[in-house]
Ligand binder design. Structure first.
Ligand SMILES: [Zn+2]
Length: 124
């Protein structure tokens, strides 16, 4: 989906003085990395290291062109389920099939954000 050209452009943009408005929170990402896979209760076949997945469809707004969702929109997924999600392509269909709730990913991301010790109000 993301072309090399877009990646190069994004890198160039990152070097400019004006910072992107995308919300970043490294500590919250670390917090997510300490959780267990959010599909573990539904699927018993978790495998691999835990990864933080940035939602393709954020709960707190639309993601910008060619940008990843903000760091509020992350969910913990084991490597296997992370790969499965990306192979599936459509987040709503994926969670609908895996958990019966297409909005599951958004709910998990919002829950972890609200529970995060590193939650903070950003001005955006
Ligand atoms: Zn898993």
């Amino acid at each position: 989906m993301i072309t090399q050209q877009l990646l190069k452009r994004a890198k160039k943009r990152g070097k400019k003085k004006n910072k992107p408005k995308q919300y970043k929170n490294k500590k919250h990402l670390d917090f997510i990395h300490q959780q267990r896979c959010c599909l573990r209760d539904n699927l018993k076949d978790c495998l691999g290291v835990l990864q933080a997945h940035h939602l393709l469809k954020p709960w707190d707004g639309v993601r910008g062109m060619g940008m990843k969702a903000s760091d509020k929109n992350v969910i913990p997924l084991c490597m296997r389920h992370h790969i499965m999600l990306h192979n599936f392509g459509n987040e709503f269909n994926f969670f609908g099939q895996m958990t019966g709730d297409p909005d599951y990913g958004r709910k998990v991301a919002e829950k972890y954000w609200n529970e995060s010790p590193f939650k903070e109000n950003d001005s955006d």
